[in-house]
Ligand binder design. Structure first.
Ligand code: DOR
Ligand code: ZN
Length: 352
């Protein structure tokens, strides 16, 4: 049977290697959208104030566990927000105690709540050296922040100006380039021999910059890194469907309320938690590559993080258009669910 004829597919339960859950009422409302299908997720630490210390990560994990739907087996994998004052010993202790799975690097000013991020990379060298020593991965938001660099070039410039020198200085550091959006990033990961992998979001596999800007501005498609031109989207799809173990799913599902998105200076983020697996099945099906979906969504991520794949499985079934809500209600206001621009035909069931 070729991939084109597949109408039912059972794969290991997927994980999300880059997720924003926020806190409080928003956490409560969006968490079930992820736990419905996913076994684990890497939880982003860009709260206000950010999750910097082991103690803060423990408290945040406790709040997530308390918000879990009844009977959920979901496991949050916590990250620490890297600042210029981060203590290498606190990071090492959090890792050893199983509190923190990875550290997150935001260049200062790159995106939502990144003001406490890193400006002077020499200041974080001791932390990076310690992480290399203990085998703790660094998740990187790979965009330079210089205002004179064109926003569509910021990822490619980051690779040359920041990531290459950083990895040369600390070759044993395990790096995840997150939410890659360019052919340049795909090539860079493919050309590396070790200690580099990349996550790809659902929305960057589906939209290019025309979707945001042509025929009227679409704030719900605005995220960071911003979607690039079509050739880059195609490169991302090729990487995702390749089976290459260095590419895996990180949705970067990032809820903002509609009032926060729909204003003169709207927030960056696409909320894809609700329909990601159906969207991905559609993308992989269209590419004739459904047999590679499991590697991308369920196998490559845990392998890079040194974890086992989930024991549970999910079954995707092709049929009539799948219904999903246009938005999620939260006590802070509605959050619009990512609209891929085509019908979704794959329903998802988690097997007992
Ligand atoms: O679009 C984005 N939204 N990109 C990020 O890097 C952060 C995220 C958020 O936290 O809203
Ligand atoms: Zn993110």
């Amino acid at each position: 049977m070729t991939d084109k004829n597949i109408t039912s597919l059972t794969i290991r339960q997927p994980d999300d290697w880059h997720l924003h859950l926020r806190d409080g009422a928003m956490l409560q409302a969006v968490l079930p959208e992820t736990t419905r299908h996913f076994g684990r997720a890497i939880i982003m630490p860009n709260l206000v104030p950010p999750v910097v210390t082991a103690q803060q990560a423990t408290a945040y994990r406790d709040r997530i566990m308390a918000a879990l739907p009844d009977g959920s087996h979901f496991q949050p994998l916590m990250t620490l927000y890297l600042t210029e004052d981060t203590d290498p010993e606190d990071v090492a202790a959090a890792h050893a105690a199983g509190i923190a799975t990875a550290v997150k690097l935001y260049p200062a000013g790159a995106t939502t709540n990144s003001a406490s991020g890193v400006s002077d990379f020499t200041k974080v060298r001791p932390v990076l050296e310690k992480m290399a020593e203990i085998g703790m991965p660094l998740c990187v938001h790979g965009e330079v922040t210089n205002s004179e660099i064109d926003i569509f070039d910021r990822e490619a410039v980051f690779i040359d100006k920041v990531l290459k020198p950083l990895r040369k200085k600390t070759p044993d550091l395990k790096v995840v380039m997150e939410h890659v959006t360019t052919q340049d990033a795909v090539d860079y990961v493919r050309d590396s021999s070790k200690n580099l992998a990349a996550t790809i979001t659902t929305h960057h596999l589906i939209i290019n910059r025309n979707h945001i800007l042509a025929g009227g501005i679409k704030p719900h498609y605005y995220c960071l890194p911003v979607a690039k031109r079509e050739l880059h989207r195609v490169a991302l799809v090729q990487a995702a469907i390749s089976g290459d173990k260095r590419f895996f799913l990180g949705t970067d599902s990032a809820p903002h309320t509609d009032p926060a998105k729909l204003q003169a200076c709207g927030c960056a983020g696409c909320f894809t938690a609700t329909n990601t697996m159906s969207c991905l099945a559609e993308v992989f099906d269209a590419a004739g590559a459904l047999s590679k979906l499991e590697a991308f969504a369920s196998l490559n991520g845990p392998r890079y993080y040194g974890l086992d794949a989930n024991d549970r499985t999910i079954t995707l079934t092709k049929g009539d258009a799948v219904q999903y809500p246009s938005h999620i209600d939260t006590q802070d206001g509605p959050v619009t669910v990512f609209e891929p621009g085509f019908d979704l035909h794959w329903s998802v069931k988690v097997n007992a």
